[in-house]
Design a protein around this ligand. Structure first.
Ligand code: SF4
Ligand code: SF4
Length: 135
């Protein structure tokens, strides 16, 4: 996926909204990429956490709405504990998921899962996953 940035897509309001929702300040990120180095899910993500933080710093709301990173984030907090700027990146990912859900974008729909998948998944993992991803 190609990241396109232009003045028309940047939004100060979107940065403020994300900061409010997450309780973090994305502007503190110094782009060291420690988070991406720690993240066990980067192979599944359109962009690693470092690049997502960069997009968030520029308020690229439209681009952020189109990527899968925060849906793939496992909330493991590996990035959070190592961030040298003390940013709780997992909270930023959670806030991005919340923003997406508020616009009606729901990437996890239990009714669309196959019976085989449901039978294979541990119940506790399913309940935890649905709580995290759908509310
Ligand atoms: S570890 Fe922290 S400072 Fe470094 S890129 Fe990630 S969010 Fe930014
Ligand atoms: S909390 Fe999410 S973004 Fe951070 S390391 Fe874990 S999976 Fe990656």
């Amino acid at each position: 996926m190609t990241l396109k940035m232009n003045a028309g897509t940047q939004s100060l309001e979107s940065i403020q909204k994300l900061n409010e929702l997450s309780g973090e300040n994305v502007k503190l990120c110094m782009q060291c990429a420690t988070c991406s180095g720690m993240c066990p899910m980067t192979a599944e993500m359109d962009y690693g956490p470092r690049r997502v933080m960069h997009m968030a710093q520029f308020g690229l709301k439209k681009q952020l709405a189109e990527i899968n990173t925060y849906w793939k984030c496992a909330s493991c907090h590996a990035c959070t504990v190592k961030c040298p700027r003390g940013i709780d990146i997992a909270k930023v990912m959670e806030a991005l998921r919340q923003q997406s859900l508020r616009t009606g974008q729901n990437k996890v729909e239990p009714s669309q899962m196959s019976a085989e998948t449901i039978a294979d998944l541990p119940q506790i993992a399913m309940v935890a996953g649905f709580r995290k991803l759908t509310s």
